[in-house]
Every structure is written in structure tokens, then in C-alpha cells.
Design a protein around this ligand. Structure first.
Ligand code: PMP
Length: 418
């Protein structure tokens, strides 16, 4: 069975030929409204390279069967492919495969922590500390837990440049705080939070940490074990993998102590009407048929990112970010949200006198895809006192020419709206 990439991908010390890499992404070749597509919505979801598309399709064409439920050849192939993907993702994250729960994405991963770890443990008087810059997926599950346990939510504030106020954060880690939820990289501001330092301070005080790695895993060299957190969540569709794939890494002692979240097939060893013996982690948390083809694709996606080299990806995106930011600053009436020294290639902005939705709609007519709105981060936009922003988020396969095309489109749209 060959579910690996059909293209030769070798990790190399030299930076990849980015023009050659771009050709791997068929969707980037299409037009929108008769204009060449400029896809700057990568923080929302990333495009998929051919090896990922091919591997997903090859699974359905040649190997499709359910996992762990059949002894026939296809069943074994499907199980091997699924478990192989777990191994690849574990290596990519720098963790043990038996500590990695595969699930549909970050939203599921954080809810798993909320329902299996937090709900049975927290009580009135306890505090859940969350940062101001969290995505709703790292706020709402904690609110649901707080409602049911009597715990309260405390907010760690940010500074106007979009960095976390670390002194305030550490001061907020009082004895009542049982759990801290923080993004590794903000999906709105691009800020890269010093999660290692934050988790060290939390651990010293006995606070359990949940790091939302959705926007970090696709863009930064990553060693999750070295961060020192308790839980780390990732989502496959932002990592050039299929939608409906993701994972939760957790320390072994947590996985062993946590009750299952969902019950059903796969997560059991033995069932009778007198009771059930659950499977070992991570299978204990994987009830039902998973997105097998999706995980096969995700395994190939992480191999693809590794073959490009994550240092190279980060350097390429920093170069694109610097170019984009410099050009955008030159446009009259632009306000940028998030100017941290350490940030990923995510730029939220507003143009004076233009509503963000109008901007995004008119940019779309020029072939440019950006997101507009609140980016699933209402409390963050409330801090800045705005109802919506436009967000351009770049990936390694974007080009300097696309940045020029974006700026030309922006100036045109601005003139139309002005
Ligand atoms: N957290 C962050 C920081 C995100 O950017 C996103 C996706 N927009 C999520 C969580 C939600 O992840 P998923 O798409 O896997 O539900």
C-alpha cells in the first residue's frame, strides 16, 4: 500500500523553490470573477497540495474500509493508514502517539478537555483564566463549564499592540485559578504568545494549561513537549490537511484520569449490561468511525510541511509579512490591529470610511479573498472598540506579486468607497 506523497519530497537545508511549490496547489491557479485568485484567507483554512488530495482520493479508490473492526486485508490497510497518520502527526508535534487523541479539530479538542477534565473537577470558587485574544472555541466551552460548576471566568488582558500583558497574567494566576486557556498564536492579531514561559509560571502554581495551537502548528517549528503545557490542540484543515481532522495532545496522567467524553464503538474493550470496560487512551476518547481518509490526508500534509522545512516556511512567511505590512502602512487611512514584534503573517486592518464587509466584498470582485467580520473573537474586537475588521492572512505559497495585486485592488476599492 502506498499512501505517501506521489511527488518527491525531501527535507533540504536550502530553501525550497517557492514558485515550484505553488504549482502543487491546484486551487491557486483558478480565477475568481475573471481575475487571478489572490487567496489571503489562510488563517481561516489553508489550501491543499496535490499529494494530500491524491492520498485522500487514493484511500477511497483502493483501501477504503473501517478501522479496527475487520480482520480482512482492507480493514488492516485502513487501520494501518489511520494509525500511521497518528504517528506522523505525533512526530510533527514532538509528542508520543499514544498521548495524541485524533478528533475533528480544535473545537472538539477543547470541548473534550472542558467536558472530561474540567467539568468533573471544577467547583464554585474556582477560576478559569482565559486571555482576551482567544477564539470563541477557547472561550465558550469554559463558559459552559463555568455555568454548570459555579466556577468563574477571569480575563487576562492585552496591551494595545496586541501582546499579552505578562505581568498582569502572572498576577492573575491566584490560588483559585485551576485552569489557564491561551492561544499559541492569535487568529486576529497574529501575536505569537510566549507559551513556554506562560506554562512554566502556571505549572509552578499548579494551574493546568490548555494551549490552542490552531494558528501555530501550520506556521512555526513546534515542539509541544518542550512547551510544558498540559493540553495542546491543533486542527488539520489549517495545516494543508482535510477538514474534519485535528488532535488533542494531553499528558498521559490526564488521559488516564479523564472519563470518556463520548461513548460508543471503538472506545471500549468489553461491554455488558452490567458495565463497560473502556479502551486505553487515546482510543478511549475516539468513539465511532473517524474521518479515516481525512487523517490519511493529514499524515501526508504534515510530511509535506516537514519536507518543505518548518524553518523555511516560517522564514518565507515572515518575509511576506514584512512586505505586506510595509505596503499596507503606506495606504492612507489604514489602521492595523496587532503590531507585536513576534507575530505570524496575519494582518487585521480597517480603512477609514470603509466598512470591512464592503471592503471584503469589493476586494472579492478583484479576485482577492480576505475575511471580514469579528473572526470568532468578539471580546477581542470589543477591546479595540470596533465591530469588524478585514483580515489578510498569508501562507508560504503566496507571492510578492500577489501582495502587489492586493495593494492595487485595495487602492481601487478605497477610491470607490471614498
Ligand atoms: N482556535 C483558533 C485560534 C482558530 O483560528 C480556529 C479556527 N478559526 C479555531 C480555534 C477553531 O478550530 P476548528 O476549525 O478546528 O474548529
Amino acid at each position: 500500500m502506498n499512501l505517501s506523497s506521489p511527488l518527491p519530497l525531501q527535507a533540504t537545508d536550502a530553501a525550497p523553490d517557492w514558485a515550484r511549490v505553488r504549482v502543487d496547489f491546484p486551487l491557486l491557479m483558478r480565477e475568481v470573477h475573471g481575475k487571478p485568485l489572490v487567496y489571503f484567507d489562510n488563517a481561516n483554512t489553508a489550501q491543499k497540495p496535490l499529494p494530500v488530495i491524491e492520498a485522500t482520493s487514493a484511500f477511497y479508490r483502493r483501501h477504503n474500509a473501517n478501522v479496527s473492526r475487520a480482520v480482512h486485508a482492507l480493514g488492516t490497510e485502513a487501520t494501518d493508514a489511520y494509525e500511521g497518520a497518528r504517528g506522523k502527526l505525533a512526530r510533527f508535534l514532538g509528542v508520543r502517539a499514544d498521548e495524541l487523541v485524533l478528533c475533528s479539530g480544535t473545537t472538539f479538542a477543547i470541548n473534550l478537555v472542558a467536558y472530561s477534565w474540567a467539568l468533573p473537577r471544577l467547583k464554585a470558587g474556582d477560576v478559569i483564566l482565559v486571555s482576551r485574544m482567544e477564539h470563541h472555541a477557547n472561550i465558550v466551552p469554559w463558559q459552559l463549564v463555568a455555568q454548570r460548576t459555579g466556577a468563574t471566568i477571569r480575563v487576562a488582558e492585552i496591551a494595545p499592540d496586541g501582546t499579552l500583558d505578562l505581568d498582569a497574567l502572572h498576577a492573575a494566576m491566584t490560588p483559585e485559578v485551576k485552569l489557564l486557556a491561551v492561544a499559541h498564536v492569535s487568529n486576529v492579531l497574529g501575536t505569537i504568545n510566549p507559551v513556554r514561559e506562560i506554562c512554566r509560571e502556571a505549572r509552578r502554581r499548579g494551574i493546568v494549561t490548555v494551549v490552542d495551537g490552531s494558528q501555530a502548528a501550520p506556521h512555526l517549528p513546534l515542539d509541544v513537549a518542550a512547551i510544558g503545557c498540559d493540553f495542546y490542540a491543533v486542527t488539520g484543515h489549517k495545516m494543508c490537511g482535510p477538514t474534519g481532522t485535528g488532535a488533542l495532545w494531553a499528558r498521559r496522567e490526564h488521559l488516564q484520569a479523564m472519563p470518556p467524553f463520548l461513548g460508543g464503538g471503538e472506545m471500549i474493550k468489553e461491554v455488558s449490561f452490567d458495565g463497560t470496560v473502556f479502551n486505553d487512551p487515546p482510543h478511549k476518547f475516539e468513539a465511532g468511525t473517524p474521518n479515516i481518509a481525512g487523517f490519511v490526508g493529514l499524515g501526508v500534509a504534515v510530511d509535506y510541511l516537514d519536507a518543505l522545512g518548518r524553518e523555511h516556511i516560517a522564514a518565507r512567511e515572515q518575509e511576506l509579512l514584512a512586505h505586506f505590512t510595509e505596503e499596507l502602512r503606506r495606504v492612507d487611512g489604514v489602521r492595523i490591529f496587532g503590531t507585536a514584534a513576534h507575530k505570524a503573517a496575519v494582518v487585521s486592518f480597517q480603512v477609514e470610511g470603509a466598512h470591512s464587509h464592503d471592503m471584503a466584498t469589493l476586494l472579492d470582485l478583484q479576485g482577492v479573498a480576505v475575511r471580514s467580520g469579528q473572526h470568532c473573537a468578539h471580546p477581542l474586537l470589543q477591546y479595540f472598540g470596533v465591530a469588524a475588521t478585514c483580515r489578510a492572512s498569508l501562507a508560504f505559497y503566496n507571492t510578492h506579486e500577489e501582495i502587489e495585486a492586493f495593494m492595487a485592488a485595495l487602492k481601487k476599492v478605497r477610491a470607490l468607497l471614498g
